[in-house]
Design a protein around this ligand. Sequence first.
Ligand SMILES: O=c1ccn([C@@H]2O[C@H](COP(=O)(O)OP(=O)(O)O[C@H]3O[C@H](CO)[C@@H](O)[C@H](O)[C@H]3O)[C@@H](O)[C@H]2O)c(=O)[nH]1
Ligand SMILES: [Mn+2]
Length: 718
Amino acid sequence: MGEEVEDRFIPVYKPLFETRTRTGRVIAYRVFAASVFGCICWILFYRVTVPLENRSGLVRLAMLILEIWFGLYWVITQSLRWNPVWRVTFTDRLSRRYNKDLPRLDVFVCTADPVIEPPLMVVNTVLSVLALDYPPEKLAVYLSDDGGSELTFYALTEATEFARIWVPFCKTFNVEPRSPAAYLSSKASGFGSAEEEEIAKLYKEMAVRIETTAKLEEARLKYSDGFSQWDSDATRRNHGTILQILVDGREDNAIGIPTLVYLSREKRPEHHHHYKAGSMNALLRVSSKITCGRFILNLDCDMYSNNSKSPLDALCILLDEKAGKEIAFVQFPQCFENLRNDLYGCAMRVNSNVEFHGLDGNGGPLYIGTGCFHRRDVICGRKYGEEEKEIEKLQEALELELIKPLASCTYEEGSQWGKEMGLIYGYPVEDVITGLAIQCRGWKSAYLNPKKHAFVGVGPTNLHQMLVQQRRWSDGDFQIFISEYSPVWYGQGNISLGLILGYSRFFLWAPSAVPVVIYSVLTSLCLLKGIPLFPKVFSSWFIPFGYVTAVVNVYGLAEFLWCGGTFHGWWNEERMWLYRRLSSFLFGFMDTIMKKLGVSESGFVITSKVGEEEAAERYEKEVMEFGVESPMFLLLGTLGMLNLFCFAVAVLRLMTSRDSGELQKMGLQLVITGTLVVINWPIYEGMLLRKDKGKMPISVTVKSVVLALSACTCIAFL
Ligand SMILES: O=c1ccn([C@@H]2O[C@H](COP(=O)(O)OP(=O)(O)O[C@H]3O[C@H](CO)[C@@H](O)[C@H](O)[C@H]3O)[C@@H](O)[C@H]2O)c(=O)[nH]1
Ligand SMILES: [Mn+2]
């Protein structure tokens, strides 16, 4: 008895989160992986010892090199599946321990273009975070507008007014999600209460005003402090700093709405603005003088909060007194709501549900720019092991004119911003490199992937946009790989081997395009010439080839289905796996090389979050969108035609040939090229059968056919 009583008064440390593994699954996977690895070695052994039937040493050497590369890359990929972990949080413990004493949290939302990032979408994101389940006096929301757009600012003033109704509404009725657009569209079948109906009406009115800028003039008067900061000659690339605190909710917050700040940092044509990284760094400095949150949540403007409690989940990790102390940031997955069957393979299902757990087991996920909670002082350069800095006392009266210079073009000159402090400059994927640099300073990160998505955004629904986005990513990733920050040398000794491999798997996307292109061309052309590249179907040498081909694909499908995908979605994803390599990654690879040679500079093409109506209809019907004359399409078209011609010739030859051994000899090659033809079907349709606006431009079609035909003819008569 006595013991029990005593126990109750001894403060027991109870962790705020737990890290779990799934041993059975992992062991099963490792056995499977070992079998594949065995077969890869077998294949390489075959290549080294057995000459090709036509004795072409050159072709055999090429195949050997390709297969070594694919084997190596496969080994690298294993790091993402070797040691996965899952994190479980205990928010009730957090609430009991901290109650209202939660630390300050600053949310940074970035937007950059009022046309492809419509202000109404942006304010929905802002409203969803204003209504987070967090003490309003501890929460602040900053909107960074790199578009320097009055329209966006106007929309934000409208949202400020609407928030006064929306935030209390969310909290009283505990609604989810807290983006008004998402919430109201989930209620499309009818409203449950009079309040709901009223809110819906008010939201609609606001939406109309934002879209038609109906009350812009009234807003100009009411929020003249903000509007007056736009000079008459301001453009998005040339304007002074615009800063307005729309709501100051820092102390005894009676209105119940968090602090809300609009910032458009200064931009001048003669100063590089470093894209999103630059805006994040300006936000870090400006917010440090206003609310100075100890933690920071970073969101893209399309990523609304889908679960108002997600900050508590993240803080369970960051505030945990033991294991949490070594964790610098908590990353949530990027989830999308607009992708249906995911024609363009953008949902990143396997990425989110398998691979990031694997990274987490090896030291932590990458920082992927959105849905990520950081420690302010760590992102500003604190090394692991250093004492956390005391947070400055906040100024009571805010002098905007004293804060604005922090967002000027020249502020960073001669400082460590963009290098040791804040987000790192010079790379198109500022997020990934910043996360890597943090991990190399000794920190770990953690991945949270709750069933109920924490943040939900808009993925590209247009083929070309997707390819451009992937080109930026693969280019950016590869730039890091060959930079001073390469995980291979910079990471050495700072992060685990598993994590080095994990990073490499993404960082090598760009160069991995080259072997895929060669492989698809080589198998097709050799099929055309009747040169067998693989052993006969009924020989024992065929076993490893057959096994690897079958089993890796079946496993890929199974994994996709486990992650909640459909067969159809998987097939789309397979197609995009190929297209990305044959276009985005290859161009990304060339972009990196050009930059290394100093021929060109890094850019950042913002992904559009809106679609044209007709194109959207085609997306609904899963009709692939081409439409623009792009060198990436030219390459896809040419390679697709090449596969088709070679396959057609081979099939014709097979039908007319009397040699029954032909099928045996060319079996796998026929399957590979045949699969390519089936995968490419939408390209052929887009080139030859369709009449709509989204079809392949005629010039691309003609060029592709001519190029592919000439390549085939040359090879045929060689
Ligand atoms: O000069 C710029 C360019 C972009 N952005 C913002 O950055 C975000 C990401 O841009 P987006 O075009 O949507 O790029 P994605 O490829 O969808 O974004 C992913 O990849 C980027 C790096 O390539 C990261 O910056 C993002 O956080 C990450 O979500 C958006 O909110 C933009 O408004 C800026 O603030 N300033
Ligand atoms: Mn985006």
